[in-house]
Ligand binder design. Sequence first.
Ligand code: B12
Ligand code: SF4
Length: 346
Amino acid sequence: VTQAVAREARIRALAGTLGFDPVGITRLGPADTFPAFERWLKNGFAGEMNYLPRGANKRRDSTLPFPEARSAVVVALNYGGKQPAGSIARYARGADYHDVMLERLDVLHGDIERELGREVGAKPYVDTGPILERDLAQQAGLGWIGKNTNLINPDRGSFFLLGALLLELDLEPDAPFEADRCGTCTRCLEACPTDAFVEPRVLDATRCISYLTIEHRSEIAPELRPLMGELVYGCDICQDVCPWNHRFASEAPDPGLTARAENVSPNPRDLLALSDQQFRERFSGTPITRAKRRGLARNAAIAIGNRRDANDIPALKAALDDPEPLVRHHARWALEQFGVDVAGET
Ligand code: B12
Ligand code: SF4
């Protein structure tokens, strides 16, 4: 065993001590799945996520965003896949994972410098630039890209977030994960309520409930609304049905991502009634701020239209006076689901 290998082992152990699991090391370089990404963009599957075409070319090769970096420590952070299902996706029920992950990657950076006894240029990365993270994780040996497009680890399933510490170090890489362990299973493709998979490993995001509830800013297509059920932020369904998660998902999330009890399945009636200030107070520091008050209220109106509880009708009528046309429009749709005819424009 060379000294270099011992150094990589120590870095992996440091990351493990911080709660990251699994952990892998890769050299930065060309992304194998970039052609699939380009095709996906060309087909319009990115919808309104304009930041994807904007940084498209850099995703070709993970050396492009940070040219001084040579290697990456790629890490996973568990968000507790066995937590009960609810109307908010599991990853989004507690602190914003970007904050948790970035802070911890900074700690890892300091630990590595101490371990090596010198300064090392580094850049913590989580969704913060143009990198195909699932590709990078596959390169680092963390798992394979499943038919539901999630990165699946053979001992941990897929209910984790990915991050990377890009380092100005030439580290000995782990072997990429080459196998495809999905086999003939197609449960995720069949379980998707909106039929969002065009084929295995290709998601038409414009139909995905995660996209619709989080990234899509405008009206949601009327034909998709009934298929969204009562989900108001994100969707875990194509991971819930995965046999790898049945076997390996864990009960408790990383302590940094502990769920706030009120953010598991909030009453959509309450969400619809929040003012901008109440929204900020309730959700600041969580990923949910990304949808903005108007987006979450729109989603809540759809959930109410789908659950059809007559007690919600007064809340919907009140939302016809919402300052946002987007919210008024979806409240009107929800009232129509109760057979209430709403006159006037929205
Ligand atoms: C845009 C985005 C989304 C979009 C689009 C997702 C998608 N599947 O395209 C939306 C909003 C829908 C979304 C949803 C979710 N996301 Co998201 N998302 C991203 C983001 C920012 C970019 C992903 C991207 O480039 N998509 C474009 C498509 C083409 O890439 P891809 O889906 O990853 O697909 C790859 C493979 O499918 C492969 N491929 C495609 N075709 C083929 C064909 C063959 C034959 C092969 C071998 C491979 C292959 O190539 C693609 C490029 O690498 C990443 C962070 C990052 N910077 O990477 C997080 C990220 C992928 N998301 C993440 C999470 C957790 C989610 C959700 C689970 C959240 C939720 N509960 O609601 C859902 C899961 C939905 C799903 N089935 O993917 C995690 C994934 C962790 C994991 N274990 O995989 C990431 C890495 C964020 C993070 N830092 O942790 N997301
Ligand atoms: S996250 Fe939900 S809506 Fe999106 S592809 Fe998976 S099952 Fe379908």
